[in-house]
Design a protein around this ligand. Structure first.
Ligand SMILES: Cc1cc2nc3c(=O)[nH]c(=O)nc-3n(C[C@H](O)[C@H](O)[C@H](O)COP(=O)(O)OP(=O)(O)OC[C@H]3O[C@@H](n4cnc5c(N)ncnc54)[C@H](O)[C@@H]3O)c2cc1C
Length: 471
């Protein structure tokens, strides 16, 4: 067994590890990077990049079906060739993955091990038949789809976001377990490809962490396209129901029923990849869900060991993982004490139209008890959306009545994933919302209506979210 000594070891090549390896080697360190799967991790291979490539194919089919509304004739029905959808997606994903791989393998002072990594002690990591030692170890092992304990699941074949990447055919009827971000993106895209789609959600509404009005509008958008949504529904068992069919048993408010489909996608949540990492041998602490416990600068309970990305439970996005890299690099190499608590929560849901989110929800603002102002505007009153024929959704912004600082915003509508940044960036500067109103905005855009929205702020009343005039 060879014993190799490094200045630093990076476990996993997700969204933080490769960039960190780059900074560490540039600073003169000898670095080992260990990856057991495809280079680039979830985002590149089974997450953001491939799904957004598929969302784009699904949107093309959707727009083609609506072509006549725009005065465009398409001869015959719109057909989707799933093999070509997959080939396009694989080409985009593959390029990103091989870019990460070649970047690391060509990196000076960086040794790449393609195997499973496991802690042997706080300073030793086994990588296949090698033992690597270093004074600094960075964990970037990410997560995977959670598999629920449902009777019969072991007897039927099921899909996760990973195995979904092998699908090069059109499922006749896709049943999606879980009405949150991943389930909704896959659900809408396969509906647009031509599958029948049923989404089963045990909560009383979709995407439970969002405000009720956002959940309700997202539901309307999906139902308008023919997605069957079953809320308050608990999956009690699954079984085979004939050749190529799956039967899903559900209980909805005390009533039982069955849904027959051709494929089942599990999208009920994620688990960190920490159980097979030998963390106990190093004395690295985890919480009850297996997430590695870290402080505000991403240090674990063991000095000299950091955890970045989804495995630390402080974020579940590519940008949070990358931000983790920036925080660790700033602290270690730039004498800049950046902290996780300094970032503002922000993310998007990539159904079409997308939801862009920043900061607090209305529910959180109400719960905080502070005096607040709110502006809300349907996309039917956004010129750009009208011109594009995409008027679903709305935008809302919440402001602290005393400091005039923006507390949070949601833009559900065309371009919402981009337009939200004009709010996010001002939030980060801690400037009052009136700054946005002084900037000249470009016409016609979704963003140009943000100053208008801010000019229509009203005190947050004691009414409930569902009684907004929008609804
Ligand atoms: C379907 C889907 C869609 C998504 N869409 C978005 C989106 O649109 N926007 C967004 O911001 N986020 C999205 N996400 C989330 C995003 O993909 C992750 O948050 C992101 O990839 C961050 O991951 P990470 O850096 O923590 O590690 P990961 O990217 O998960 O990488 C971890 C790496 O570590 C390796 N590894 C694990 N254990 C070991 C070990 N013991 N030894 C060696 N190597 C190991 C793995 O093989 C993997 O390559 C999506 C996720 C999914 C599943």
């Amino acid at each position: 067994m060879a014993k190799n000594s490094y200045d630093a070891i990076v476990i996993g090549t997700g969204q933080a590890g490769p960039s960190l390896a780059g900074r560490l080697t540039s600073a003169g360190m000898k670095v080992a990077v260990i990856e057991r799967g495809k280079f680039g991790g979830t985002c590149v291979n089974t997450g953001c990049i491939p799904t957004k490539a598929m969302v784009a194919s699904a949107r093309a089919a959707h727009v083609a079906r609506r072509a006549a509304e725009f005065g465009v004739d398409i001869a015959g029905p719109v057909k989707v060739d799933m093999r070509r959808v997959k080939a396009r997606r694989d080409a985009i994903s593959g390029k990103s993955s091989s870019g990460v791989e070649s970047g690391l393998k060509g990196m000076k002072n960086c040794a790449v091990y393609e195997t499973h990594a496991r802690f042997e002690s706080a300073r030793e990591v086994s990588a296949g038949s090698d033992i690597l030692t270093a004074e600094r170890i960075f964990i970037n092992v990410g997560g995977r789809a959670a598999i629920p304990d449902i009777p019969g699941l072991d007897r039927v074949g099921y899909l996760t976001n990973s195995s979904m990447m092998r699908v090069d055919f059109l499922p006749r009827h896709l049943i999606v377990l879980g009405g949150s971000y991943i389930g909704l993106e896959f659900g809408q895209m396969f509906r647009r490809f031509g599958s029948e789609v049923t989404i089963i959600e045990k909560g009383s509404r979709l995407i439970f962490r969002e405000d009720e009005d956002v959940s309700a509008s997202v539901r309307e958008i999906l139902e308008a396209e023919g997605v069957d949504i079953r809320l308050n529904s608990r999956c009690t068992g699954v079984d085979k129901s004939g050749e190529g069919s799956i039967r899903v048993m559900i209980e909805t408010e005390g009533r039982t029923s069955e849904i027959d489909g051709s494929h089942l996608l599990l999208a009920i949540g994620r688990h960190p990849n920490t159980a097979d990492l030998g963390l106990d041998k190093a004395g690295i602490g985890t919480d009850s869900h297996g997430y590695i416990v870290v402080d505000d600068q991403l240090r674990t309970s063991v000095p000299g060991v950091w955890a970045l990305g989804d495995c630390n439970g402080k974020g579940a996005f590519t940008h949070t993982s990358y931000n983790d890299f920036e925080i660790v690099a700033a602290n270690l190499l730039d004498s800049d004490p950046r902290r996780v608590s300094d970032r503002i929560e922000a993310y998007a849901l990539y159904i079409d139209p997308p939801l862009g989110r920043a900061g607090m929800t209305e529910t959180q603002v109400r719960a905080s008890g502070r005096k607040a102002l709110m502006g809300i505007r349907p996309m039917t009153k956004v010129g750009r959306a009208v011109e594009k024929g995409e008027t679903q959704g709305f935008m809302k912004v919440l402001v602290d009545a005393e400091t005039k600082k923006i507390l949070g915003a949601a833009i559900l509508g065309t371009g919402g994933d981009e337009a939200i940044h004009s709010i996010l960036d001002v939030m980060y500067t801690k400037s009052p919302y009136t700054v946005i109103q002084r900037a000249m905005h470009i016409h016609p855009t979704v963003s140009e209506l943000i100053p208008t929205l801010l000019g229509e702020l009203k005190p947050l009343q004691d009414d409930t979210i569902s009684s907004h005039p929008l609804r």
